[in-house]
Design a protein around this ligand. Structure first.
Ligand code: DGP
Length: 112
């Protein structure tokens, strides 16, 4: 399967890693939308939140559990935002589930 984030996880495409464990990989977004912009992804291919099921929910829970650890390591003591775009209307450009961690400044109140 031709997946950009699978290639990043494998190390075939370079990335700036900020965190890794058995289930999750996190790296800096190439086009940061905030002073801190990290992408957290499952190591196994899941297309989006729309593909989350009973079968992969444990993996997704592990990925979510990595987020506060990454936020703490990034010094986001004042809070942050977690975003996951889904599908065409959600403007998801990479079809591998990812959570954007955005922070390091006061973010816009506007959500969409
Ligand atoms: P989304 O639009 O929600 O699917 O977010 C995809 C994000 O992935 C977008 O913010 C830019 C980022 N991105 C795309 N290609 C690369 C890449 O090759 N390396 C890194 N680090 N980030 C990428």
């Amino acid at each position: 399967m031709d997946c950009l984030f699978c290639a990043i996880i494998k190390g075939d495409i370079p990335s700036t890693k900020v965190y890794e464990d058995e289930y999750a990989y996190a790296f800096r977004d190439i086009n940061p939308a905030a002073p801190t912009h990290v992408l957290v992804v499952p190591k196994t291919h899941i297309a989006s939140i729309d593909a989350v099921s009973e079968e992969n929910a444990d993996t997704v829970a592990h990925v979510l559990a990595a987020i506060p650890k990454i936020a703490a390591a990034e010094g986001l003591v004042n809070g942050y935002r977690v975003v996951s775009n889904v599908g065409e209307d959600g403007c998801q450009s990479v079809k591998h589930l990812h959570f954007h961690i955005l922070g390091g400044t006061k973010l816009s109140e506007k959500m969409a």
